[in-house]
Every structure is written in C-alpha cells, then in structure tokens.
Design a binder for this molecule. Structure first.
Ligand code: M6R
Length: 607
C-alpha cells in the first residue's frame, strides 16, 4: 500500500531516501514526503503527486544523515500536500511516516483536541504523530511505545525527533517493515526493494515489535519493552532483478520473465520420470495434508483466479472436495472449518490484509493453514503452518502476471503431490509432470509471437466494453484476462464462464464488440465453438486463443492467438499470456500508466 523508508548512518540521507522512494513508488503513488534531521531541526518536504513532483520542491543541499520518507496511497483524506506524510506533532520536532489504518483515530483526535492540539490534516496518521508528541519527554522510543499502546488498527511506522539526532524508531503491527543492516548504517523500509542497494542482510520485524536504530545498533524489543534477539537473514532477490533491464515497463518485463520464472519455480521440485513431486515446505505437514477431507483456497484478485484453477486441479488430481473463497468473504462469514479442513492462502505479496485475516480465522477454527506466497518472509509466510514459495522473483508491476502463472504452477505441484498420496497413478503423475516441465519452453514460443497480441490491442483499444469467455480450466483465465484489461487500461471488461453468457450478458453484444474466447482444444471445445457462433451471429468481434494447428477456429474468429498444446489442466499457464499482452498493449495505446494504474496499489494492506 504505502511505502516507507528510513535511514541512519554516515551518508547524506536525502539521495538514499529519494532512491528508496522511487523503488517503493509502486506500492502507492498519490503523494510523497520526507523529513531529514538538519542542525537540530527537522527539514520536512511533502507534495501531492509523484516523487518527481516532490523532487522539484526539495532543497538539494540538505546534508543530514538521518531521515524518513513515505510514498502514499490515500485512505483517510484526499491526496493533498497537507495529507502527505510525514506528519508532525504540535512542536514540529517529531515526524512520523505510517502505513496502515488507525481505527480509533477519531477518539484519540477528540481527546487531543481537548488538550488544545490543533490538527493540520484529515489523516489518521497525524493523530499518532500528535499522540507521540503528547507523551514525549526526551525519550522517543518510550513515547512511541506509550502511544502505540493506546492504538487500535494496523501500522508500520518510522519516527524521528529533532531532539534525538541519529535515531530512528520503527514499529509494526499488520504492515511489513524490514531493517537492512549495513556497515555503520541502518535502513528500514516496507519492502526489500528499497534496501537492496545498500545491503542484503535484513531483519524482518514481527507484529508487535519495535526497533530503535542508530548508526551502530538495531535494538529490537516488543511493545512491552522486552528485548528480542532478531534473526538476521539474507534477502534472496538481487538488485538486478528489481530493475527494468531495458524494458519500458515492469509489467512487460515480468510477462517476458515468465519462462525463466516458471523454471525457477519448478526447479528441483519434480521428477517427471518417476512421477514424484518434492515440496520441502510441505514435508512436516505431509501426513495431515494427505488426510485432509476438505480444502479451502482463499485469496484476493489475481491470486483468487489462480485459486479457482487450483480448485479444479485439486478435485481432478487429488479428488479432495475443494472450494475457493474470497478472503474478504471468508473472514466475515461463518465458514465450515471442520477437523480435516486445510485452508491454503495464496498471495504474491504475502501482505494482503484480507488474506491475512482469513488465515488467522482459519487458524482459530483449527484448520491446517498453508501458504502459497512469493515474498519470502512475508506475513502470510510467517503466519501459516507450512507452505510453498513461488520463487518467481520480485513482481513490481501493479498488474500481477508472473505471480499468476507461478501460483498456478505451485498449485499444480501441490495437487499432484496430494494426488500421488491418494488415487493418482505414477504413470498419470509422470505424464502430468512431463507436460509441466515443457511449459517454460512453450511460454517462450508464445512470447516470440507477442506482436500478434499487440495487433489485437491496436484494433480494439478504443472499444470501451469487452467480454472474456472460457470454460473449465480456462474460465478463471477469462476472469484474469478481464481483470488485467480493466485495471491497467480502464476499459470495462467482464470475464464469465462461456455458458453463462446466454443467461444475461449476451444482451450486451453489439456490432464490433470485442469478445475474447479462450477456445483451446479439450473436453469443452465443441461447446465453446457454439458460444462463438452465438456471438458472431450478434455481430460481436471474436478474438480467440486457440491451440496451434486448429484451422477451424480461424474460419469463425477475426483474430486467433495460438498457444502450444498441453494438458487441459495446465492450459491456464499458456492461455493467460496472450491476454496479459493484449491488456498491456491496450493500456500503452491508451496512454495509461501501465505499472502504476490509477487508484491502485501493489499490495492492499487495508480493508
Ligand atoms: O499480493 P496478493 O497476491 O495477495 O494481492 C492480491 C491482489 O490484490 C492482486 O492480485 C491484485 O488483484 C492485482 N493487482 C491484480 O493484477
């Protein structure tokens, strides 16, 4: 959601904070600001808009070596200069940046107003800055601790005081914070991308922990002031992986990374010849998982689409009754979680608040809780009993692409792993895994023809309504194709199971309306050909994703994007790629900001 960075050390803080903000901008980008300790004061600059706007306002001569900075995605209050972080206390000596939502901010605000404090913004964050100031008597760590005790809600914060040079205090509950340990310096940030330029040695702060950083020390304690011996870990991603590498946008880079990402995801995890899946992360719960009677897959957005593919995979390969639930629904209804239920939370970032809340609900009800996560050490990874990492590398573009195919691949592996412990024969597993092993090369073949997707985008980018239709394993792909298009190009698009079209949405079809069919070979091919005819006869323009060698479809579709043949359960790994490319090119043609679409943030750490 929002991005936080703080620095303390010997170097000038300003360029480090700005560079960190640029790396974090994908997390939130409606306003930004920073505070640097300078000659016994805090130099604070804030601005609505992108970081480039903030840069124009900055005094480039700031030489202080301690500071904090923030890039915001508005929750309370519009994206204005006044609402941008940092926020300060009444004296202007304490500044704070915050990610999360303070639920009881109105009550605290009322109390502080009664104490004569004036507020300058509409944000929940300013309330916390003022509260820390209210408690401050010369010890920042103590004042932060006291203020956090009075708080309900979520936070990742970094705080500085003009009166304590060379000190940054940070704390978290519900919003991630990572401390980078350099030589004679510390960097704290909401994700590793802002730290990697300085060090790969990190401490992942846990919920309920705070850290006091000086040049030489990172002292971690609980909110109750109990010292914690933190585990120093190595970040597995490199700086090169989070750079654009010559691509115009992260989304395009990440689409093209999919063959390698999938290879990394599958590496060492399967033995096609013998039909064996090795998943180290599941070894400890293998027995319990094998006995599971009911699986619930829970996630949000794109991860929810991959979960839907997972539902079909689990039921087909492992014959375990499986359902897919939006995490936001699961957490608030009264789901049936009996003994023998396994809940699998799927999340690229591992920070999505609804997904975290759903897994905590599942845990309380006694389920075995597993995670399918990309970001190592993230909250979902830590809060689950066991799990499988995607290993597809950092995903920076707000539109999820390689995480989707990575999630589907991991779910395919888990389904096969479970299947082999139940009814699946070694021969069937062998065939399945051999097909999975071929996917990275087949992805490359699709990407070699990426221009064809651009041609489709060129023809229809100005149409404001699209439909995406698929059946079986390609029904979630239709949903995902529509989500990609709407989130980055702002075109209205709907994804549906193809047969549902005639129950209402068919009324939308008019002359030239683009209707994307995922019509690959398989058990439902004839059915989907009928649906294509239904659209054609109403004047819709059919764009088909089809299996190489299918000449029949070329006679009824205006455009055909071919993908190599694979087993039906694995088709989403291939059919999703042309749809990612169409969405990307449509957004570029409409001059949209592909990597930072309006109103969106990479990870949604608020409700
Ligand atoms: O980090 P997560 O996988 O938990 O995020 C879930 C969704 O917010 C995310 O997939 C979102 O839908 C993407 N922007 C879609 O491209």
């Amino acid at each position: 959601m929002c991005g936080i960075i703080g620095y303390v050390g010997d170097r000038t803080a300003l360029p480090i904070l700005i560079e960190g903000l640029k790396r974090l901008e994908y997390r939130g980008y409606d306003s930004a600001g920073l505070a640097v300790q300078e000659n016994g004061k805090l130099a604070i600059t804030k601005s609505a808009g992108r970081i480039s706007v903030l840069e124009q306002k900055l005094n480039p001569d700031l030489a202080g070596t301690t500071g904090i900075a923030h890039t915001r995605w508005a929750t309370h209050g519009a994206p204005t200069d006044a609402n941008a972080h940092p926020h300060t206390d009444a004296t202007g000596h304490i500044a704070l940046v915050h990610n999360g939502i303070i639920e009881n901010y109105l009550a605290i605000r009322t109390y502080l107003k009664q104490q004569g404090i004036t507020f300058h913004s509409e944000t929940d964050t300013e309330v916390l800055a003022q509260l820390i100031g209210h408690f401050y008597d010369g010890n920042l760590e103590q004042a932060v601790r006291q203020a956090l005790h009075d708080l309900s809600g979520t936070y990742g914060i970094a705080v500085v005081s003009a009166d304590e040079p060379g000190v940054v205090v940070a704390a978290r509950r519900g919003s991630p914070l990572i401390v980078g340990i350099g030589r004679g310096e510390h960097v704290v940030a909401s994700d590793a991308s802002a730290i990697l330029a300085h060090t790969s040695q990190v401490i992942y702060l846990r919920d309920g922990e705070m850290v006091t950083l000086t040049r030489d020390r990172a002292r971690v304690t609980t909110l109750e002031a109990i010292p914690v011996a933190p585990e120093v870990q190595e970040v597995e991603w490199s700086l090169e992986q989070i750079e654009l590498d010559g691509y115009e946008h992260y989304m395009l880079k990440e689409i093209f990374e999919q063959p390698t990402a999938l290879e990394n995801c599958l590496r060492g995890r399967m033995d096609p010849r013998n039909g064996i899946v090795h998943l180290g992360g599941l070894v400890d719960c293998s027995r319990e998982l094998t006995r599971t009677k009911h699986i619930i897959l829970t996630a949000c957005g794109t991860a929810w689409h991959s979960a839907l593919v997972g539902e079909y995979l689990f039921e087909e390969l492992a014959r375990v009754p499986t359902e897919t639930e939006y995490a936001s629904e699961f957490r608030y209804r009264n789901p049936v979680v009996d003994e023998g239920t396994t809940v699998i939370a799927i999340s690229q970032s591992g920070e999505t608040l609804d997904t975290l809340a759903a897994l905590s609900e599942a845990k309380q009800r006694g389920a075995l809780v597993l995670g399918v996560v990309n970001v190592v050490g993230s909250a979902v990874a830590r809060e689950t009993d066991a799990g499988v990492y995607l290993h597809v590398g950092p995903e920076i573009g707000v539109a999820s692409t390689k995480a989707f195919t990575g999630q589907v691949a991991v779910l395919a592996l888990i389904a096969c792993y479970l299947g082999r412990r139940k009814h699946m024969s070694a021969a069937a597993a062998s065939e399945f895994l051999a097909a999975l092993a071929r996917i990275p090369k087949q992805m490359e073949q699709i990407l070699d023809r990426a221009d064809q997707a651009r041609a489709v985008a060129q023809q229809y980018a100005q149409r404001e309504n699209w439909l995406y239709l698929g059946r079986g394993y390609n029904y979630p792909v239709a949903l995902e194709g529509a989500l990609k298009l709407k989130e980055i190009s702002y075109i209205h698009a709907e994804g549906l199971p193809a047969a549902e079209m005639k129950h209402g949405p068919i009324a939308l079809i008019n002359k030239g309306m683009p209707v994307v069919f995922i019509a690959t070979s398989g058990s439902q091919y004839d059915k989907i050909m009928n649906n294509i005819e239904e659209v054609r006869s109403r004047g819709g323009s059919v764009i088909a994703v089809a299996t190489e060698g299918d000449r029949d479809i070329a006679r009824c579709a205006e455009h055909v994007l071919y993908v190599p043949d694979t087993l039906e359960p694995l088709q989403p790994l291939l059919t999703s790629i042309p749809l990612q490319l169409i969405a990307y090119h449509a957004a570029v043609l409409r001059n949209c900001n592909v990597d930072k679409p309006r109103n969106l943030a990479k990870s949604v750490t608020v409700e």
